[in-house]
Every structure is written in C-alpha cells, then in structure tokens.
Design a protein around this ligand. Structure first.
Ligand SMILES: CC(C)(COP(=O)(O)OP(=O)(O)OC[C@H]1O[C@@H](n2cnc3c(N)ncnc32)[C@H](O)[C@@H]1OP(=O)(O)O)[C@@H](O)C(=O)NCCC(=O)NCCS
Length: 381
C-alpha cells in the first residue's frame, strides 16, 4: 500500500467483506441479509430481525418461539442493575449509563464464555434484551416511579412503551415502536459498527466491543439528529415561520436537520416507512399538525436545494423524532433507543469479524516535523 491511498475519514475505503447489510445509496435501497427493509418493516419483528442478523437466516416457527422466549426471559434487570440505574449521577447521560450496564453484564458471564474464540455473542443476548429495559427504567426512576417488571406477552417495542408508561400501549403504537427498532437494527459500516469490529478484531470481549460502539454512537455526528430535528421544530415555532426560517438558515449556510445523508442520494428507505408511521399515528389521533409541519419543511428545503441543482432528501431521523415524541418518549432517550436497537447489528458484525478475523491496523500519513535535535529545558523559549 502506498501513501497515495490516503482517504480522510476512510471515505470510500473498503475495510472488510460483509454479508450482513447491503445499501444502495443511489437507488435508496436497504437490505438485511438480502431481505428488503420494506419487507422487514411490514412482516418482521425486532426479535425476528435480531435472529436474522445473528443466525444469518430467517427462523422457523420453532426457532423463533425459542429465541423470542430467550430474549424476553433476558429483559429483567437484576437488583444491582436497578441500583445502578437509580444511583446514576444526574449529570450522567443515558448513553453512559448503557455503557456502565454493559460493563456490569460482562461481569455476570463466566470467563470462558466471555473470552471464547467465538465470543458467544448469541448466548449473551441479554446485552440486547436489557438495554431498552434499562432506558425505560431510567425514565421511570427519574420520574420517581418504581421498577416495573416486563410483560413477556409483549413485543420488544410494545414492552418498552409499557415500561415507560406503566400501561399497555395500543396495538398500533406497540407495532410502530417495534418497527422503529427493526429500522435501526443495522446499517453497514458506519462509525459505531466499525468501532465494534475494530475492538472485536483484537479479541477483546463482545461486551467491550458493544460498549465502545455505544461510545461512538454517543457523538453528535453519528447519533442525535432526530433530537435536533425536534429542537429545530421548536425553534421554528409556527408553520408561518418555516419559509423565512429556511431562507435565513440556508443563507447563513446552516444545516436543516434530518435532511441529506452520506450514503443515500435518494430518499432514505427507512424515512419512507417512518413517515408513513408518523402519518398513521397523527391520523389515529386526529391531529396532523406535526406531520404537516415536517412536510412543509421538507418541501421548502427540497425546492430551494433543487433550484441550486442539489437534490437532498429526508433521512430516517427527519421523521423518527416526531414518531418518538408522539409516543411520549423524552428527547434524550432517542439516541439511546438507537443504541438499544443497533446492538443487534453490532453483535452480528462482531460475530462476522471473528469468523475470519484480521486485526485492523491502518497507518497515518505522517505530516509532522522532520527529525530534529533535542532542546534542553533551559534553552526552550
Ligand atoms: C448527513 C450530511 C452530513 C451529509 O453531508 P454531505 O455528504 O456533505 O452531503 P452532500 O454531499 O449530498 O451535500 C451536497 C450539498 O448539500 C448541502 N447539504 C446537505 N445536507 C444539507 C442539509 N441538511 N442542510 C443544508 N444543506 C445541506 C451540503 O452542505 C452540500 O453543499 P455544498 O455543495 O455547498 O458543499 C448532511 O446532509 C447533514 O449535515 N445533514 C443534516 C444532519 C443530519 O440529518 N444527520 C443525520 C444523518 S443520518
């Protein structure tokens, strides 16, 4: 390899082969192990999608029943984890709490399972099952409510809303939440997934890999755009202010949150599903104001960008924050929910990395000083 292959941020660099996720950025298509995101959103559940990611195939009815029972049986937080959630410093962030819980869970697994060559990610699925319980419990505790056990008859999405609210969500709400988890479960070699694979490639444990991936997702360039979409909606304030706000923001070279994507140069297929779910929720409640507000921002932004010959489309975050808000989820849980869902994809990538491992070891293009003489302390300026 020569230094002329340098690509800032590894842009365009192919760092591994993968059978997990296919993204067609120009055509606006996304597949998990060959199944389209539209089919998965329509027909699958988060548990089944997790099985698909981890076991490389769709489960039979028996396999799904067994896997679902094991996932649901792993949801409950042990008293020390409940205490960890309760006592987490108020200034701490929920993403940091998730990392702490992952570290704790690591300690509950036998050494030989944790450190086995295949890393046993499939056996340690409590990492996936517990994350959403942690988040809902965190919200309950900060509202002064007690720990609530999960409902094994509910899907991952419906159970999350149940824990958050203390009452069962409607079938439609549960399905929407579960589908949101499906939509976020996997997305190729993004920063957090690459981080998980880099750590896995050292044969560190899958707990260390997932914890590192959560750290990568915590940065605002990766997670958090949906939170900022809702901040933007608040900042704009009224529907009449959308056009003047767009003029002002774009004149100042500001960004419209939830628009554009590094990979998709067409409408993000997840955004299409998410938009429909938002519309369904709004219509079910007889209040389309939030949907109409977002659609007006989208239309105004796209018109302005097309005039400059820059077609830019909404990404999944443009609609997901609104869906979560309508489901009563606080904004600071949006990115942690993303982590709870993406844990499935991270574990699939960790397994894949371990199957044909090679330690990641890129080089830097050295641009520092030429070799130079040591300067004694008393001679330095
Ligand atoms: C995601 C993002 C970083 C991709 O940026 P990118 O790779 O530079 O995108 P493109 O190359 O398609 O951008 C083409 C042009 O449109 C502009 N553009 C892209 N997204 C924009 C947005 N949301 N608001 C305003 N202008 C935007 C770019 O600045 C660029 O302008 P230029 O030609 O004057 O440099 C960018 O779209 C963005 O910041 N979006 C908002 C944040 C967001 O929603 N992030 C979540 C992504 S899942």
């Amino acid at each position: 390899m020569t230094e002329t292959t340098y690509a800032k941020g590894l842009e365009g660099v192919i760092a591994a082969e993968s059978e997990i996720c296919r993204i067609d950025g120009v055509g606006g298509k996304l597949y998990y192990r060959g199944y389209s995101i539209e089919d998965l959103a329509r027909h699958s559940s988060f548990e089944e999608t997790t099985y698909l990611l981890l076991y490389e195939k769709l489960p039979t009815a028996d396999e799904l029943a067994d896997f679902t029972a094991r996932m649901r049986g792993s949801r409950e937080l042990k008293p020390p984890v409940q205490a960890m959630v309760r006592d987490f410093p108020p200034a701490g962030l929920p993403m940091e709490l998730l990392q702490s819980v992952i570290a704790y869970l690591s300690g509950t697994v036998e050494h030989q399972i944790r450190h086995s060559a295949t890393c046993n990610c499939r056996r340690t699925m409590h990492q996936i099952a517990q994350l959403s319980t942690v988040l809902a419990t965190y919200q309950r505790f900060r509202e002064g409510r007690p720990y609530l056990p999960s409902r094994p008859d509910l899907s991952s999405g419906a159970n999350f809303l149940y824990l958050l609210r203390g009452e069962e969500p409607s079938e439609q709400e549960g399905r929407i939440m579960d589908t949101a988890l499906v939509l976020h479960a996997e997305h190729g070699f993004n920063a957090s997934t690459f981080t998980a694979r880099v750590v896995a490639a050292t044969f560190s444990t899958c707990y260390c890999s997932v914890s590192a991936a959560i750290g990568a997702l915590a940065g605002f360039l990766h997670g958090g755009a949906n939170e900022r979409v809702m901040d933007m909606v608040d900042e704009i304030g009224s529907i009449d202010n959308i056009e003047p706000w767009l003029d002002k923001t774009l004149a100042a070279h500001g960004k419209v949150m939830g628009m554009g994507h590094r990979v998709y140069k067409a409408k993000d297929p997840r955004a299409i599903v998410m938009e429909q779910m938002l519309l369904d929720l709004c219509e079910q409640r007889g209040d389309r104001r939030l949907y109409d507000f977002l659609k007006k921002i989208e239309a105004g932004f796209r018109k302005r960008m097309e005039e400059k010959d820059k077609p830019i489309y909404p990404n999944v975050d443009f609609f997901s924050g609104a869906v979560y808000s309508m489901l009563g989820i606080p904004r600071d849980l949006f990115t942690p929910i993303f982590a709870a869902s993406r844990a499935s994809g991270w574990l699939a990538h960790i397994l894949e990395q371990r199957k044909d491992n090679r330690l990641y070891r890129p080089r830097a293009l050295y641009v520092g000083p030429e070799p130079r003489a040591w300067v004694p302390l008393n001679e330095r300026a």
